[in-house]
Design a protein around this ligand. Structure first.
Ligand SMILES: Nc1ncnc2c1ncn2[C@@H]1O[C@H](COP(=O)(O)OP(=O)(O)OP(=O)(O)O)[C@@H](O)[C@H]1O
Ligand SMILES: [Mg+2]
Length: 285
């Protein structure tokens, strides 16, 4: 079965899309391959690092057996429901342009009469606020693993509280940063990858990740031209390592068959926006 962006579903009849909802794999002690999981739930594949970010689905059998599904899953939209919205993630190193392009996409979608909503991680919720208080370089640092867990907790809260209800109502949600950011930043901050992956194992898969690719130096130049508060991840050496980790994780995601578009973000704002629109168009209602 291949993912079909036109229908936002898979070709052929899926075997375990029991009630057509996104689900959670009960076997989350390892990495779960997206397509294999769709067939039988729980094909664990430690050789495929990108697959940790992948969705997990619960089989009809497991569901009947009383799978312990968290409330967050129940709010997930139906994949085949044409009235459902889309969950679109923008990822890229600091200064890549994700926030400004998210605003451009929001205006473009709204102009086309499509319900759209822009959001970001850390969220504006209680855990997101807490994270932001630790992001300032002026704050006392939080232990990196604790930070990674906070990001994962905020992600779940953000999904539950804001993203999934909107998607279920037919809104296109554009989210600035998601699991790929955790895999890049938190691992470079010293947290073992499997810890980050595990904390994010049971998470809603984006319908599309837009990955902004550009040289670190170009992003640094853009950041330098923008006055903002110094954050703990701002050092150039840290950003260089984050860029390498980001690239590796994005490619692993692509190799795992996830919907990800690599966007050349080094061009003008207009060029980048055109590339983003082209990647997004096939998914739109
Ligand atoms: N294509 C572009 N060409 C030139 N400058 C750009 C381009 N895209 C964004 N910028 C500028 O670069 C700066 C960083 O952009 P933006 O804030 O959107 O990046 P970001 O990826 O969201 O950064 P951060 O992750 O730090 O929030 C802004 O001043 C923005 O106006
Ligand atoms: Mg930003």
């Amino acid at each position: 079965m291949e993912w079909d962006p036109q229908t936002d579903g898979f070709g052929g009849e899926p075997e375990v899309w029991a009630d057509e909802t996104e689900g959670f794999c009960k076997q989350t002690t390892g990495f779960c391959d997206w397509r294999n999981a769709a067939r039988g739930c729980g094909a664990l594949d430690p050789e495929r690092p990108g697959s940790a970010f992948l969705p997990a689905m619960i089989s009809e059998k497991d569901r009947a057996a009383g799978g312990n599904e968290p409330a967050i899953e129940q709010a997930a939209p139906t994949r085949r429901d044409p009235a459902a919205g889309r969950f679109i993630v923008l990822e890229g190193i600091d200064g890549a342009g994700t926030t400004s392009q998210r605003e451009r996409l929001l205006a473009w979608l709204s102009g086309r009469g499509i319900k759209a909503h822009a959001t970001a991680e850390p969220s504006t919720g209680p855990i997101g606020k807490l994270i932001r208080s630790f992001l300032s370089a002026a704050a006392a640092p939080l232990e990196p693993r604790a930070m990674a867990l906070l990001f994962a907790a905020d992600r779940r809260d953000h999904l539950q509280r804001e993203i999934l209800p909107l998607v279920a109502q037919g809104t296109v949600v554009l989210c600035d940063r998601y699991v790929l950011s955790s895999l890049a930043y938190q691992t470079v901050a010293g947290v073992p990858r499997e810890v980050v992956a595990q904390a994010n194992a049971e998470i809603r898969r984006p319908d599309l990740t837009l990955f902004f690719s550009l040289p670190v130096a170009v992003a640094a130049q853009r950041r330098a031209e923008r006055a903002s508060e110094v954050e703990i991840y701002d050092a150039d050496s840290f950003q260089g390592r984050v860029a390498a980790a980001y690239e590796r994780e994005a490619k692993a995601l692509r190799d795992a068959g996830e919907p990800i578009a690599f966007i050349d973000a080094g061009g003008t704002r207009e060029q980048v926006e055109a590339a983003l629109r082209a990647a997004l168009t096939p998914l739109l209602p």
